[in-house]
Design a binder for this molecule. Sequence first.
Ligand SMILES: [Zn+2]
Ligand SMILES: [Zn+2]
Length: 369
Amino acid sequence: MAETADAAVLTGPRNFEFREFGLPDIAPDEGVLRVEAAGLCGTDYEQYTGHLAGTPWDITPIIPGHEIMGWIDRVGPEAAKRWGAKEGDRVVVESIIPCGHCFQCAIGKTTLCESNLGYGLYASTEKAPGLWGGYASHMYLHPNTLVHKVSDDIPRDVLSLFNPLSNGVRWAYEAPNTQMGEIVVIEGPGQRGLLCVVAAREAGAGTVIVTGTADDAHRLELARQLGADITIDVDADNPVERVMQATGGRGADVVVEVSAGATQPIVDAVDMVRRGGRIVLAGLKSFKPVGNLITDKIVINEIQLIGLLSAGWVSIERSLDILKRRGGELQPLCSHMFPLEETDTAVRALGREVDDGNEVVHIALDVAG
Ligand SMILES: [Zn+2]
Ligand SMILES: [Zn+2]
């Protein structure tokens, strides 16, 4: 067994340093994970470029990586009992470490835990034992960590979709309570939007419609492969008119807004959802106001607006079940894997700064190699 860990440490905007850490001596209720892979999302890129300044996640030096999977490397006897896991078991790790005692934990909303502790975004390397992120060969497992056991036969790249897929499950299925036969519109065909297509299909949606821009042609094609019935290029067509046509003038039952940056899709969502329908807002807009939103439409049409950021235990279990049954279908989304040594390239590829001719959809660091 290794005695040291290698990690990519983000010391400031756009600067990674590789450092060696001693593996911690663990207490009976702690553990160490041998990292297999870490998935990347937009948050990783914002962390890298320094765009998390002003948020609680503006922390350096830090080992990023909050979409974590690996094998239990060492585990104390109490932790083994608590997690139902032994050395060698393959697991995915929830990024938030709930305190168990704050108001949000007490009412069961552990993803909103007030302690702000977790992996990849929450703790500097200066907080012992330093190994708080997935961009590393090993990661410390705090006693309150939530781990999900997974089977060994899900391919590495496919399993690295578990975190964004769990978001899709919560955003397009669980939170809007999507029913069989309903019409679901997903605005934004990024990694999460595409996984919302998968989740809406799992919920039994009757019609799935995905909107994107002219630049999204490849991703809209992937959306159709994953089961979207209709895709709309908003640069060529008016998405509200197209959705109204497709729904006989009634509007969609559910609209999931998961585009990054643009605010017009929020205004469109209000105009394309049916009376009494549900809108999920999950795309971040860099704190821009939504200029021409008329809230009277929300009141008069009794539209439910649901803001969502992450996903917890049940959504992750559902996502793991989907990956087990139909992970192969999702393989085309896994566009890039980079070794730990190429962390900088991986994060820049995520931000479309590196063009290798392959369209970026989902990127993961293949740590185990
Ligand atoms: Zn993420
Ligand atoms: Zn808490």
